[in-house]
Design a protein around this ligand. Sequence first.
Ligand SMILES: Cc1cc2nc3c(=O)[nH]c(=O)nc-3n(C[C@H](O)[C@H](O)[C@H](O)COP(=O)(O)OP(=O)(O)OC[C@H]3O[C@@H](n4cnc5c(N)ncnc54)[C@H](O)[C@@H]3O)c2cc1C
Length: 268
Amino acid sequence: MYPFTYQRATGLAEAVAGLKADPQAKAIAGGMTLLPSMKHRLAAPSSLIDIARLAELRGIRRDGNSLVVGAATRHNELTADPIAQSAIAALARLASLIGDPQVRARGTLGGSVANNDPAADYPAAVLACRAQIVTDRRSIAADEFFQGMFTTALAPDELITAIRFECPRRAAYAKFAQAASGYAMTGVFVAQFDDAVRVAVTGAGPSVFRWEAAERALSATFSVGALDALSMPASGLNADQHAPADYRAHLVKLMTLRAVADITGATA
Ligand SMILES: Cc1cc2nc3c(=O)[nH]c(=O)nc-3n(C[C@H](O)[C@H](O)[C@H](O)COP(=O)(O)OP(=O)(O)OC[C@H]3O[C@@H](n4cnc5c(N)ncnc54)[C@H](O)[C@@H]3O)c2cc1C
């Protein structure tokens, strides 16, 4: 690693001021992505500003029909939280499927969403649940937030403070994990609201995306059978050493079927 300084921020304003003052500084939350990137010399920040313990980034609460989760919430905290479990059980379960026990004990919701790894799990829930990404200066709709591989609407000195998920009537997440890392080869989050169905796909493309044909079919009839005539085109999907694009296209439909079956109690 290159030399760098480390500062534990005592408040959100101090953390943001530190990022503004030094364009080479980076916030560190769980460090589960940033530290390996530094070890591999893919990132070389001049200083790390630790935001993991900031009170402004903590807490899980219900607010009307929203579930508000602090950005520094660790994956295993979200899994175990009774408010999260009762508001969006599929989100709590998704968190339990991330990586391994060490990653779940350190990694945070905000770090994962800010990083926007194409194979990360949370972006599927954020996009499907019509979430708002709340930052130190504004609120960004999920539909505008995820802009491409490892790219989001965040400014370099902007910090996520919380994610505000809209609570669906019913929801489920189905994931086909890459065997070595646990990341999603393909994951599909299906959320049924009173006025819409949202189907968000992670792992299959360069960034999380909605499968709108499935949303239309499920909005007409919410059943496994409604997906019979659909198939996901392989063009534009990821192809790498783990799987070719047509395999991922197949997984998108299969994971969507499994999520709908989980919600309806049918067999996929
Ligand atoms: C072995 C392994 C397996 C994994 N498996 C999975 C998996 O199956 N599924 C999955 O989804 N993920 C997986 N991950 C990633 C893991 O979930 C990370 O925790 C997550 O991607 C990053 O969260 P973090 O808190 O560790 O962020 P950090 O590593 O601390 O930071 C990551 C980036 O986000 C920025 N950042 C952090 N917090 C904020 C914030 N509040 N606002 C703005 N920017 C911020 C940092 O500056 C940095 O650029 C895995 C990681 C490892 C090492």
